[in-house]
Design a protein around this ligand. Structure first.
Ligand SMILES: C[S@@+](CC[C@H](N)C(=O)[O-])C[C@H]1O[C@@H](n2cnc3c(N)ncnc32)[C@H](O)[C@@H]1O
Length: 176
């Protein structure tokens, strides 16, 4: 499935869940992935798999998505089509336990996407690790929810990343 097909497929499933990356944001991320020849993505927070499905549709055939999720749903409830399984590595764990090892192992990682626990410490922990491993693009969902926007702004102030795009709910920054 291509990005436009996955967007349509996910929107049909949308009534079943209020959570997950919205279509326009998925398309925006897919555009950044295509334009910048992104091949390796690490994300936190799978839930029903909206973001995972978008990333997998946007990645080239030799691309890889590593997704971290402690409360993995049964595979049948995750909306990632089976055809993408060859480039997908879902890992059942908390980001605090595995994210650094993943970023090190898959270095250079082209994009990191935060969509796990939107509290200050977990968000900053993940952003800082992405910066430490010089990930080219750092993106974050639900930037308008609660305190998440303030954490995002603190991250941009503390690190050499510049916001390059903002969708309905997500923001994308590039390493300067
Ligand atoms: C908003 S949902 C993710 C939505 C998903 N990215 C999508 O677009 O469909 C947040 C997910 O983060 C997971 N989560 C919570 N704490 C986490 C952590 N410390 N590390 C990784 N995932 C975590 C939750 O279990 C939940 O499934």
């Amino acid at each position: 499935m291509k990005v436009n097909e996955i967007a349509e497929y996910l929107e049909k499933k949308r009534p079943e869940t209020v959570m997950g990356l919205v279509g326009k944001d998925g398309e925006l991320l897919a555009e950044v992935i295509a334009k910048n020849n992104i091949k390796t993505i690490v994300e936190t927070g799978i839930c029903f798999g909206f973001s995972s499905a978008f990333f997998l549709a946007a990645l080239p055939a030799d691309g890889t998505l590593v997704s971290v999720e402690p409360f993995m749903k049964p595979r049948k409830d995750i909306l990632v089509p089976k055809e993408f399984d060859a480039k997908w590595l879902p890992i059942q764990n908390y980001s605090k336990n595995v994210l650094e090892a993943i970023l090190k192992t898959f270095s250079p990682v082209d994009m990191f996407f935060h969509d796990s626990d939107h509290k200050y410490e977990p968000m900053m922990f993940e952003y800082r690790l992405a910066a430490k491993y010089k990930v080219k693009f750092v993106a974050s969902d639900d930037i308008g929810a609660g305190n998440a926007g303030a954490v995002w702004n603190d991250f941009l102030k503390e690190h050499n990343y510049k916001e390059v795009a903002r969708g309905r709910r997500c923001a994308i920054a590039q390493k300067i």
